[in-house]
Design a protein around this ligand. Structure first.
Ligand code: A2P
Length: 409
């Protein structure tokens, strides 16, 4: 442990633990002021920019974000220091009487993190208890591939796959809405092992096949970056090329708040695009398997894709009874038809949406493209306004009651 001089002025520096970080980009995507950045190895927080608003803390699936080190204000860890780390440095021990500048909300969060309770986001009150972090990068679970099916039609441009992993006798409990991490084999350009790739599970808690110890993932083969430049995604191409019988290293599970309600009579509104359908399939399948119990509650789904041929689970979705799930597709690239997004369908179904937004037994889930989140929130604001409701007053209530859950990338 380093002992620092008592004369210096100290502050708490927000740091990300490179050992537990799974590089899912959630913190960087959440930070409202771009204080978080990354290179090919590490996610780091810029001390000069971070205002300790803590927006990044609760969405982090692993708790890698829950680190604050006391540092001399004049010499905090630089970005280059943080990029070079494989582990967090040891904390500095302050001598008696040293003054540390600790914002109140950081104090609360460090206390919560120290108590091992994670960030403040919470699941629906009736959600089942999730297991998290059972398997680490040092000790991953080994799963065997038992299925790898293309979900998109043969002529479709996107290759989206339904990949089934079997854990045999290894316990890997997951709830609908949780994620797991895959460790691709090999090393990156720096000769270090590839970082973890995070995927939402697409199966309900009792297995892809009921009472089997297996789980399915919905994975799109990445062949271009956000600007459209050709690039082969390491994780997605590894997964999409897997053959039956291949073994895969799996870490996790992760996620303590994006979970479904369990109480009878609870309703679910789901809004997704593309592979954001994975958690919605898990939730829908959980409810479908329990249909005979007549527990009540409604399912409302808004699902966006370029064309029907690119919509994962299109066929099975169409077979679900109308009195079980109310499905609203939005296709954006159908020849001779206007471009339609999920937010357009939400506006068309304003009455239903507003009724569900006001129903305390209804829980709302968004998953998919970041741009979709913005558009959907705007649509919620509009439909509320039409019905003399104030979305900006309603949203904090939904969050406080753990009724609104968002996972976008
Ligand atoms: P688009 O045709 O404009 O790309 P993808 O296939 O890339 O995963 O996208 C899934 C669907 O989400 C597509 O229909 C895509 O439409 C749509 N999409 C793209 N941007 C947005 C947005 N800002 N809001 C809602 N949907 C979007």
């Amino acid at each position: 442990m380093v002992v620092a001089a008592p004369s210096a002025e100290y502050a708490l520096q927000h740091l990300i633990d490179p050992e537990t970080c799974i590089r899912c980009n959630t913190c960087e995507a959440t930070c409202p002021i771009d204080a978080i950045t990354h290179d090919s190895r590490n996610y780091v927080v810029d001390f000069a920019i971070c205002k300790n608003c803590n927006a990044c803390v609760s969405p982090c699936p692993t708790g890698a974000i829950d680190h604050w080190h006391q540092v001399p204000k004049a010499t905090p860890f630089t970005l280059d220091d943080q990029f070079s780390w494989d582990t967090l440095p040891p904390p500095i021990e302050l001598e008696a009487g040293a003054q540390v500048d600790v914002p109140n909300d950081v104090r609360e969060l460090t206390e919560i993190a120290t108590a091992g309770q994670g960030g403040p986001a919470s699941p629906p009150w009736s959600a089942s208890h999730p297991y998290v972090n059972l398997y680490s990068q040092a000790k991953p679970a080994i799963a065997t591939v038992t299925g790898n099916y293309r979900l998109t039609a043969d002529g479709a441009s996107a290759d989206i796959r339904h990949i089934v992993l079997d854990f045999a006798t290894t316990a890997f409990p997951v709830l609908e809405g949780q994620t797991l991490g895959i460790l691709p084999p090999g090393v990156d350009q720096n000769g270090k092992p590839h970082h973890v790739r995070l995927y939402s599970v697409a199966s309900p808690r009792d297995g892809e096949r009921p009472r089997y110890n297996n789980v399915a993932l919905t994975i799109k083969r990445v062949t271009a970056d956000h600007e459209g430049k050709p690039v082969l995604g390491i994780g997605s191409n590894y997964m999409c090329d897997l053959k039956i019988g291949d073994q895969v290293k799996v870490v996790g599970p992760y996620g303590t708040s994006y979970l479904m309600p369990n109480h009878p009579g609870s309703s679910v509104m789901m809004v997704c695009t593309g592979t954001g359908s994975a958690p919605m399939r898990a939730i829908t399948e959980r409810r479908r398997r329990r249909r005979a119990l007549n527990e009540g509650g409604e399912l409302l789904l808004f699902f966006g894709a370029r064309v029907a041929e690119e919509l994962p689970y299109f066929g099975p979705l169409l077979k679900l009874p109308k009195d079980f799930i109310d499905i609203n597709f939005a296709f954006s690239r159908v020849a001779d038809q206007p471009k339609t997004y999920v937010q357009d369908r939400i506006r068309e179904r304003a009455d239903k949406v507003v009724t569900m937004l006001q129903d305390d037994n209804c829980y709302i889930y968004l998953c998919g493209l970041k741009g979709m989140e913005k558009g959907v929130i705007e649509a919620f604001r509009d439909v509320c306004r039409e019905h003399s409701l104030d979305w900006d007053a309603l949203k904090p209530q939904l969050l406080a009651k753990s009724r609104l859950h968002i996972e976008t990338y």
